[in-house]
Design a binder for this molecule. Structure first.
Ligand code: MRU
Length: 375
């Protein structure tokens, strides 16, 4: 098929292209977009030491599996610029690994850096680590672009079966967009590619309580002129029953060797509804998100339990132009907050990887990634 060519990567905020993390050579600092304020405010902050990196990941200034991995990689570089001793390296690894438990990209990035840094001499360590962090970030961009190209083929196929001009209606959950990666996003990459190729699409965006990452997805789609509707988390099943969804596409925080998919809480319910209604359910899956060491996702993926307050309270933009947190429940009510769930492989139509679309099975994944499977 004809490849879509972009003059420039398309992730723009008011006309300027941003990545979600970058090294600012002028200030010699790692910069991020503080996502706690998105989509209401666009704030760039520098992360300058190990503790700041750990806080940024744990408290979700940065978030999304691929970006968590890239941030950890930059965190190693900055931490080693303060202390490149053996114990400094060990402390860096131990501090960053425990920031968030579910997204496997965190461990993937840390292991990759640790492995490549072990033979390096102490005074060369910080620079070498920075190079490796750049590599992790660049690779993520390339992977997500590829996911977009392969996902585009699926969108094209669906579009070809519809009357000309009718949009392909895609439902997504959470934010697997460019803020969740270094650029492009995973689940959004096929959307950007389809939009660029002139295929009309419409995106149903799940709100994604408790933290409403859907508001971020709606914001980024809106910024690119992609038609979308923000819906409550409970609306998807109804829309599918009414024939208003052509495909579901979500991201993932960890996918097992047999293709069980862990993603933001509520993804499983969407997969069940999709299955019941014959709606294809696709997962945009960069290979660093595959955990080759486990098979049964329900049994073996640790599910992060986050603070009660994320459920009992909500953030939003007040008419008076301030960003406010308000309590939803009566005082003293406690919230339960499992942050992820697992969709078993039988409910997954296909895994859109950087190498192509794979069935969600041990055999198919191992065939797609013979060099990685079993590691
Ligand atoms: O808790 P979050 O916001 O880090 O969770 C993010 C998700 O669940 C994303 O869908 C997933 O990381 C894939 S991002 C390309």
């Amino acid at each position: 098929g004809k490849k879509v060519q972009f003059g420039e990567l398309p992730m723009k905020v008011q006309g300027t292209h941003y990545r979600s993390i970058w090294y600012d050579y002028k200030d010699c600092q790692v910069k991020i977009i503080d996502q706690r304020w998105l989509p209401h405010d666009f704030r760039i902050v520098a992360l300058t030491n190990l503790n700041e990196f750990a806080v940024a990941i744990r408290d979700m200034w940065v978030r999304g599996a691929p970006l968590i991995g890239a941030t950890a990689a930059y965190g190693v570089a900055i931490s080693l610029s303060d202390d490149a001793s053996d114990s400094g390296l060990k402390n860096t690894y131990d501090t960053l690994i425990e920031t968030r438990p579910t997204a496997i990209n965190l461990k993937w990035a840390l292991d990759r850096l640790l492995g490549a840094l072990t033979p390096v001499s102490e005074d060369e360590l910080p620079l070498k680590a920075l190079e490796l962090a750049h590599q992790v970030a660049e690779e993520d961009v390339g992977i997500n672009k590829k996911i977009g190209e392969h996902g585009l083929e699926i969108v094209k196929k669906i579009a070809s079966k519809k009357p000309a001009g009718e949009p392909v209606r895609m439902l997504t959950h959470c934010n697997a967009g460019w803020p969740a990666t270094v650029d492009w996003g995973t689940a959004t990459s096929p959307m950007y590619h389809a939009h660029e190729a002139g295929i009309p699409i419409h995106v149903w965006v799940d709100e994604t309580r408790p933290r409403n990452q859907g508001a971020m997805t709606a914001w980024e789609l809106e910024s690119h002129g992609i038609s979308n509707t923000y819906i409550t988390d409970n609306a998807g099943g109804h829309l599918m029953q009414k024939g208003l969804v052509d495909m579901v596409i979500v991201g993932t925080d960890r996918t097992t060797a047999q293709g069980d998919v862990c993603n933001k809480i509520g993804t499983y319910l969407k997969a069940l509804a999709a299955h019941d209604n014959g709606v294809p359910f696709y997962v945009a899956l960069p290979s660093p998100t595959i955990d080759w060491t486990i098979s049964d996702g329900v049994a073996d993926i640790p599910i992060e339990e986050r603070a009660s307050r994320e459920v009992t309270h909500i953030f939003g933009h007040h008419e008076k132009n301030s960003i406010e947190e308000i309590r939803v429940t009566s005082e003293g009510v406690s919230g339960g907050n499992p942050a992820f769930d697992v969709t078993p492989n039988r409910l997954v139509t296909g895994l859109i990887t950087e190498r192509g679309v794979s069935d969600a099975s041990e055999k198919a994944l191992a065939k797609m990634f013979p060099d990685l499977a079993g590691l």
